[in-house]
Design a protein around this ligand. Structure first.
Ligand SMILES: [Zn+2]
Length: 101
């Protein structure tokens, strides 16, 4: 086993940083994202700045937020698209079974 314990700069405990993996989503059956380490955090205080590294620049943070936001929007569009398709199919069924009787 590799000894990769480090002292957290926030709570001063010896710990092994926990890697947080990027969540993946499915858009039309295609996996988007995931399997990528997003960040590592202290398991005790859950701080991203456990190694005392300066915060990411605002631009990088903004860019990451924008990417995550776009992914959330595309997920919502998939759900809305699915609901719209459901109602469209229901409308067609109504037309076929009610419209001709
Ligand atoms: Zn900590």
């Amino acid at each position: 086993m590799r000894n990769d314990k480090a002292e957290c700069q926030c709570c001063k405990k010896m710990m092994v940083p926990r890697v947080v993996m990027e969540r993946s989503i499915y858009v039309d059956g295609v996996q988007v994202g995931g399997e990528k380490p997003l960040k590592s955090i202290c398991p005790f205080c859950l701080s991203e700045e456990w190694n005392g590294m300066p915060r990411k620049s605002g631009l990088a943070r903004l860019r990451r937020d924008a990417i995550l936001g776009l992914r959330a929007i595309s997920l919502e569009l998939t759900i809305i698209g699915g609901i719209a398709l459901f109602f469209a199919v229901m409308a067609i069924y109504r037309f076929v079974f009610v419209g001709f009787n």
